[in-house]
Ligand binder design. Structure first.
Ligand code: FPP
Ligand code: MG
Length: 347
């Protein structure tokens, strides 16, 4: 499905790329700075580690895609002035995301995040685990100021995050399918995207049908986003990823790429069903698997799957915003740029 782009004034002028349109989208939400202020204010504690570890993780950067979504969804649905409720929800969702990253690095024993030592590697398991708990509790403090629908939706998203992570068992320990891999992507990643879109739509005072459509938009975008992350593990490089390439292969993760590779019947993929061997041998296999996968049909098929979720997201968004792509406000257009940007990372 084609997305609206700014009018092209002359044939000689190229259309802006999704990356440029995403950069433009960010200019529409200067309130991100206010969200950051709310996030930082919630690091308040007389225990130094509860300030320092969250501060360290926030300082590692990131796209802040969840608060960007809440702010843009609110504006796309007619909110003119971002109020404290929308700021609190935007900050709360990013705090939940930060808590999951802290816990995820512990579970994965991951030494690196965003080119730097992960919080777990830098501060140790106990302090990082507790900082995640601290941020999760702060997030609930922010969301609990709002009404029951927001509280219930936040609880649901957090339950799904935990379930998604719990379902992510290694391929050599449990049988996974395309369906189970998609369930994991939906729960561990798309649940927060859905929450972001739902909360913003609810706070904008939109009717139930719009909330439903915007939730579908957020969820489908989130699934596409996770599938693309799975692809980047294979197609990107260490400099871009901020961590080693091929970790999903090495760790036998039930990523969409790994599961579709197994489904393809390629005998090389069978190794995913066996526990990793010694480090040197594994690295040799990962390197050859990366070469095989990069330009092969499995990645192409995984890309098509991501594109189909992005398409579902665009369709739900179009309907939620009234069905007329020519009547969108700038924030509405920017949401389509977010969808395209998510895909352009690989497509
Ligand atoms: C990163 O995925 C991990 C997640 C998106 C979800 C993690 C969820 C938990 C640890 C459950 C804890 C829940 C709460 C509410 C605190 P990834 O490993 O594919 O990505 P990465 O490469 O960024 O690590
Ligand atoms: Mg991880």
């Amino acid at each position: 499905m084609s997305s609206p782009v700014p009018p092209n004034p002359g044939l000689a002028v190229p259309l802006p790329s999704a990356k440029e349109r995403f950069a433009h989208a960010l200019t529409l939400v200067p309130e991100l700075a206010d969200v950051e202020t709310v996030i930082r204010a919630s690091f308040k504690s007389d225990v130094a580690a509860m300030r320092d570890i969250p501060d360290y993780l926030l300082g590692l950067g990131g796209k802040r895609i969840r608060p960007v979504l809440t702010l843009l969804c609110g504006k796309a649905l007619g909110v003119e002035a971002i109020d404290d409720d929308l700021l609190d929800v935007s900050a709360g969702i990013e705090l939940i995301h930060m808590a999951t990253l802290m816990h995820d690095d512990i579970i994965d024993q991951s030494p690196v995040r965003r080119h730097q030592p992960s919080p777990y590697a830098r501060f140790g398991t106990a302090a990082t685990l507790l900082s995640g708990d601290f941020l999760l509790t702060r997030a609930f403090g922010l969301c609990a100021k709002l009404d029951d629908e927001i509280i219930t939706a936040t609880e649901q998203a957090c339950i799904e995050l935990v379930e998604g992570e719990a379902l992510e068992s290694a391929l050599h320990t449990q049988h996974h399918t395309r369906a189970s891999s998609l369930t994991i992507a939906q729960r561990k990643t798309a649940s927060l995207f859905r929450l972001a879109a739902f909360c913003a739509t609810h706070l904008a005072g939109a009717p139930a049908r719009t909330k439903e459509l915007m939730s579908t938009f957020g969820e489908s975008l989130g699934i596409a986003f996770q599938i693309i992350d799975d692809i980047l593990d294979v197609t990107s490089d260490e400099a871009t990823l901020g961590k080693k390439q091929g970790l999903d292969l090495l760790e036998r993760k039930p990523s969409l790429v790994n599961v579709l590779w197994l489904e393809s019947g390629d005998p090389e993929a069978k190794r995913l069903l066996a526990a990793p061997l010694d480090e040197a041998q594994e690295q040799l296999w990962v390197d050859s698997a990366l070469e095989r996968l990069k330009s092969g049909p499995v990645v192409a098929e995984t890309k098509r799957l991501a594109a189909s979720y992005a398409d579902t997201a665009s369709k739900a968004l179009t309907e939620a915003l009234g069905g007329d792509l020519h009547a969108l406000n700038p924030a509405g257009e920017a949401l389509f740029a977010v969808v395209d940007f998510a895909l352009e990372r690989v497509l």
